[in-house]
Design a binder for this molecule. Sequence first.
Ligand SMILES: [Zn+2]
Ligand SMILES: [Zn+2]
Length: 865
Amino acid sequence: MPLSDPLPKNYDYREVEARWQKIWKEEDHYFQENSDKPQFVIDTPPPYPTGEFHIGNAFNWCYIDFLARYKRMKGYNVMFPQGWDCHGLPTEVKVEETHKITKNDVPRQQFREMCRALTIGNIEKMRASMRRMAFSIDWSHEYITMMPYYYGKTQLSFLRMFKAGQIYQSNHPVNFCPRCETAIAFAEVNYSDRTTSLNFFNFDGIEIATTRPELLAACVAVAVHPTDDRYSGKGGKTLKVPLFGHEVPIITDEAVDPAFGSGAVMICTFGDKQDVLWWRTHNLPLRKAIDKTGKMTDIAGKYVGMTSGDCRKAILAEMQEQGILIRQQPLEQRVGTCWRCKTPIEILSENQWFVKIPHEAALKAAKEVKWYPEHMFLRMENWIEQMEWDWCISRQRLFATPIPIWFCKDCGEIIIPEEADLPVDPTVDKPKKPCPKCGSTSFAAETDVLDTWMDSSISVLHVTGWDGSQKKPPLFPAQIRPQGHDIIRTWAFYTILRAVSLVGGRPWDQILVNGMVLGEDGFKMSKSRGNVTVPEEILSQYGADSLRQWAAAGAATGSDIQFNWNDVVAANRFLTKMWNISRFALMQLSREPYNEKAPITALADRWLLVRLDQTVRDVSDAFETYQFDRGLRMIREFAWDVLADNYIEIVKGRLYGGSGRDGACVAIQTALNSLCRMMAPYTPYFAEEIWSAAFEGSVHKQHWVDFSYTDPQALADGQMLVRIVNEVRRYKHDKNLALNAPLGTVTVYATDLIDDAGDGSLALNCTLKYMAGKPELRQVTTGVSFNMGIIGPALRGQAKGFMQAIEALPKDQLGVLPKSIMVGGEEIAVPEGSVIPKMSYTVAGAAVEIITAQDDLIITVEQKE
Ligand SMILES: [Zn+2]
Ligand SMILES: [Zn+2]
């Protein structure tokens, strides 16, 4: 009877993945309104629609999909929404490049329209990548932040917080990127180290050191420590600023370090955060030397219009010329840079909009969230505790949510729209009523727009159904927020802040923080380094299920993950192995009918189920605590080591026929069924393919594995059986015997007898006997072997005669050789190490060979002669 072949010989992921992608229905992943199941809402990250779903995204989304699929199988009503965080500078820049314009060449509305068109195209490309990677996204809950239905909510949230006094407008120093020409928030400032020069110069008789001579025009005071003797009595006096000539006061402040240089520092508006502090405490005037584009202003006199870098060089040259530059020394410095474009930031005082930081309430909410991994909470705690400035939310850009504000041209009153009229663009729309204060109908629009984080920080409100009409959105709080550790200070913090301010509670129950993807060389991926790997490359060479396994197995949750092709290849190899296991199993199960209700009695079968029980518990626990690497490792170990390398090898004989086939079939079927379910979140295509060949329906509609089996004796005895079989197989291998070569009688001596139901004999092609205790072994010498490397050079022509004489000795003398021996009438000394006795053993008079002799296990095989 020919074997039926339920699966083709090789696993063709290209064909399989394309086929299932067509068959699967998106509706299967939809969140069910009015369901009895417990909700599991995921506040997924809305990626920036660049058009390329990069490997960092892929990594992040793999985590989300693992947990979404797992929770669905656990019976939750899962919402896996997909947002798109559209607004921002990169799109503006791309539009400028594509259309060869600058944003000021076309009307504001037209420019925004160009940005929108580009974004829509990019989103379409990224959706295709995400489908290919089998992310089980609920596309009925997609949101696009540039659409009126979404940015209307951003504006509503702005108005609500403005009315509540949580948002205000103020002329206040802010971090400013001269390249992006916009204010940015502190959370968007990165710090990098660089070497700069510290310049000591004569400041009207006092030595002062500065790294920013170009700010000399913005100098408003010189500060010294109040107890510094060098300056006693100087407080309140004035000094003349070199090169510029304006007078500035000498002030005293505890914060000045008298040990640094001459102990005197100049205060400029603004060199750094400390300058801002002194400026505020001492009520100093504002002198603005650098404008929004990083160029010098009028007060810089002849340097006006220069970039700050050019101005620095020019001022140092002039100091040199005037003989006031005393010396220069290199200085290691941490400099704040714009997180998007890496340009060093300036601190400028501008009229901006701010959100007040509710430190305590935010920290309380952050504490109520369960953090995975736990230590990531510290980053949030540190950030909240060290925040000094409010969140600057206004940006001087175009493609963003407009700030819904007008100003009365006659009295300056701030005019806000009715909530029902949202969304509005104040540069297009007009207030519907005259100014409530003076009755004027002449208005100026706020042209600043909102920080993109103002959009994305209400993602959780949007997905939980917030529309401003309820105190608490219907699905609020969400169950989990998955995100990278690079945006804890921004997205995670802002979301908590907004949830606390608008709803009054924590936004999610849990947060799952993933690491960053590094290149193969261990460095951050970047085009200039040439270490970028794109998901499409992995997909086309190894398929989505291999990419997904890489994401799971490559690093512990929360840790950065180095991209490594070897991990992808290993993932692919596992699929091949699993395919072969499944194919073998299905062939055996289908060759003839078996009793699916047969009781499990044989030791090997019980052992397999005990190990399966352990694996199911470990994998479930790993999913519950989002340790995806551990879960996958457990699955691989079980499939590869336990099932394939040990169990199947042991029960093969029983599967081919004879008694006990039913039990083995049931055990294998159970293991395969559980493996498919456990693999479904990791490798959805592969698991579905095997499942559909072996079982009914879709694996993704199944409940999570609900299997338990307790049998401590089977665990211990099964391990012993595995040991015995492996020892004998190793023996055959060492003897150059085929693994199925017949082997006479093998006797196992162990403390406890096990009953292997005949599997050992069948698997090893021998008669396997079990004996309690230890055998009485007697050692005998059965012959010798010669070391020709010693005999040849030592005995030359006499070598042959020597060996014959040794072999002629009685066997019982071979154990202890004589010192010399007669060869052809001549006495010859036996060279050291030239003769090696061959030892053998007997048990009860029968010659045996020892396969292994360990403390608790001795295995002998009876000689065949
Ligand atoms: Zn920038
Ligand atoms: Zn007015």
